[in-house]
Design a protein around this ligand. Structure first.
Ligand SMILES: NC(=O)C1=CN([C@@H]2O[C@H](COP(=O)(O)OP(=O)(O)OC[C@H]3O[C@@H](n4cnc5c(N)ncnc54)[C@H](OP(=O)(O)O)[C@@H]3O)[C@@H](O)[C@H]2O)C=CC1
Ligand SMILES: Nc1nc(O)c(N)c(N[C@@H]2O[C@H](COP(=O)(O)O)[C@@H](O)[C@H]2O)n1
Length: 259
């Protein structure tokens, strides 16, 4: 399952303080609502360019991380119970969402979680890679209550569809807290939130209290104006507990969001 290099002991020491605690009884964020409400510990993590972009164009998969920071992503996957993405990313990237860090076994794999209120995923054939390779866990797809997932096509075989109520005010949205409560009830202790842009921007603008750790890779490239930006609708104050480290050609910043 390994496809990445092992990180150095210095890299691991750098990342250690930002990883999820080993159990919910020992929260890293003592006053964090995540711990208080028994929500899972959450890590918001993605890679962006020097102009804050995460992909070249909407619906386009773009490799920004170099080999070293890609290893970092897989090391993070090793330390989380679940990886959450929006359906836009699932459709655009057809991601594996498994852990390919050296030594990662099938038992150590994170649970892919796809936020898909209108059950759009599975209509495009991308399901095959996520589910079919047998190198990761069966994804959970969160759909709106009463929304039929890929009616009659049978393409969602190997995927568990979970229903959650939506609010119609903003076009079938889930309340993030309810998403994470649902995951906690299913035994998920920590979640790595990988994107994409809508998920990142919504959480940063509106639900910062839910995020316990932030780990962002900055690649030394510019994607330009037409590219998809990680840029919340509102400003967010500077992170606290900030540390930077170089991973190959990329810079990685870790921190916590101000409460
Ligand atoms: N560089 C990096 O690290 C990463 C880059 N990416 C890139 O990001 C791009 C995709 O971003 P984007 O198009 O914004 O897609 P997202 O992955 O953010 O998915 C967006 C969709 O998820 C659903 N969604 C988001 N928030 C909620 C909510 N609160 N409740 C219910 N549903 C919700 C909506 O689905 P609906 O519209 O059906 O209602 C929404 O349109 C791709 O190009 C991908 O390559 C992605 C991850 C990481
Ligand atoms: N860390 C990171 N760096 C990049 O350059 C990226 N494009 C991403 N994308 C995220 O990783 C997913 C792909 O995962 P697999 O390699 O297919 O398992 C992709 O869907 C994004 O969530 N991340």
């Amino acid at each position: 399952m390994s496809e990445t290099l092992a990180l150095s002991s210095e890299d691991l020491a750098f990342l250690g303080p930002y990883l999820p605690p080993s159990s919910l009884d020992s929260p890293q964020h003592p006053d964090g609502p995540g711990a208080a409400c028994k929500l899972p510990f959450t890590t918001l993590t993605y890679a962006c360019s020097l102009d804050g972009r995460i992909s070249l164009a909407p619906g386009t998969r773009t490799a920004l991380s170099g080999p070293e920071s890609k290893s970092l992503t897989h090391y993070l996957r090793l330390h989380h119970d679940a990886i959450l993405i929006g359906v836009g990313t699932a459709i655009a990237d057809n991601p594996g969402l498994n852990c390919r860090y050296p030594g990662a076994t099938l038992e150590a794999q994170p649970r892919p979680v796809i936020v898909d209120p209108k059950a759009r995923w599975g209509r495009h054939g991308e399901v095959v890679r996520l589910v079919g390779e047998g190198k990761g866990l069966e994804p959970w797809v969160l759909v709106g209550e009463g929304v039929e997932a890929v009616a009659g096509s049978g393409k969602l075989e190997g995927v568990e569809v979970l229903e959650l109520k939506t609010t119609e005010s903003q076009g079938a949205r889930f309340a993030w807290r309810e998403v994470f409560e649902m995951l906690a009830k299913r035994g998920v202790r920590n979640v790595m939130i990988e994107g994409g842009a809508s998920v990142i921007n919504d959480l940063l603008a509106n639900e910062r209290d839910i995020i316990d750790s932030v780990i962002v890779t900055v690649a030394p490239a510019w994607l330009g104006e037409g590219a998809v930006a990680a840029s919340p609708a509102k400003s967010v104050a500077a992170m606290t507990d900030v540390k930077w480290r170089q991973f190959g050609a990329d810079a990685v910043v870790c921190g916590r969001l101000p409460r």
